[in-house]
Design a binder for this molecule. Structure first.
Ligand SMILES: [Zn+2]
Ligand SMILES: [Zn+2]
Ligand SMILES: [Zn+2]
Length: 288
């Protein structure tokens, strides 16, 4: 049995969103609990996480993440709700004590790895000689459809292209098919309804998913491209079912919610639960 913890369940602005006085944000202030959402990220184990957004430090304290134990960080794309390079720069001498042999491997698409290299090379830090290895980081480019195997963790990450080209020239955001031990998950937030090429790849592979976490940024609205929600969440599930990758025993969740989706946690549950879809929330641990 594998485990994943949802460290955050919001889109870029969080819920309640900063500065916002919309109905969903007012409800969130009133209700608290599952309606309070930090930016989306996941923990698979002490050593393996997905994404490193602006709420990473809060999540570190709230869920006792101990990022000194983090060994493999997979980044979906460079939007600021998923990757904050400044936080990574605190690994350098003078900001933190990181042992010589404690290397953090960061995996991402070619565009984001290039951006990170540029970021670390251009930072005018003291003690820093233009060498990002001083941060004890190893930057690894992920190629779509090429798996990365983490031997020690008994895990495999397979990047699949997302439909999420929003303001990121030169970058191809990715979602991940993950094998953790003998369990298989699809983590697919920050994507619209997948492009045909990605669907065909998944169809050929005939994965059996024990867990799916699907984008639902727009809540109850019918959004197809860039992010998805409404009937496109249902169409995604239906297509995965049709190809045999999702069955009655698959745990099926939605995540990455925007306050602009016009729905509280209870309203999302009322809408999606009848379709066998559960609504993720901050701190939720899923065994699969
Ligand atoms: Zn996002
Ligand atoms: Zn709002
Ligand atoms: Zn994004």
């Amino acid at each position: 049995m594998a485990e994943i913890q949802v460290l955050g369940s919001a889109a870029a602005e969080g819920i309640p969103a900063i500065f916002c006085n919309c109905r969903v944000c007012r409800e969130a202030w009133k209700n608290g609990g599952k309606d309070i959402r930090l930016r989306t990220a996941y923990k698979l184990s002490d050593a393996v996480r997905v994404d490193f957004g602006p709420d990473t430090l809060s999540q570190e304290y709230r869920y006792q993440l101990h990022s000194e134990r983090l060994k493999h960080l997979f980044i979906t794309h460079s939007h600021e709700d998923h990757c904050v390079p400044d936080l990574l720069s605190y690994r350098m001498p003078g900001f933190s004590k990181v042992e010589e042999d404690n290397i953090l491997n960061i995996y991402g698409n070619a565009g984001i790895i290039h951006k990170l290299q540029k970021f670390f090379w251009s930072k005018p830090f003291p003690y820093f000689n233009g060498d990002y290895t001083r941060f004890r980081l190893n930057l690894v480019t992920l190629e779509a459809y090429k798996p990365v195997i983490l031997e020690e963790e008994n895990m495999e990450f397979l990047p699949v292209p997302a439909d999420h080209q929003i303001g990121m020239p030169g970058e191809l955001p990715q979602i991940f098919v993950i094998r953790d031990g003998s369990s298989r998950a699809l983590i697919a937030n920050d994507t619209g309804f997948l492009r045909e090429e990605a669907w065909q790849f998944l169809e050929e592979k005939k994965f059996k998913f024990d867990l799916v976490i699907s984008d639902c940024t727009g809540g109850l609205k019918d959004n197809e491209r860039g992010h998805m929600s409404g009937k496109f969440v249902l169409e995604t599930k239906a297509r995965l079912e049709k190809m045999g990758s999702v069955t009655d025993s698959t745990k099926y969740f939605i995540n990455h919610f925007s306050h602009n989706g016009q729905a509280t946690h209870a309203e999302l549950e009322a809408h999606y639960n009848p379709y066998g879809i559960q609504v993720a929330y901050d701190g939720l641990t899923i065994s699969y």
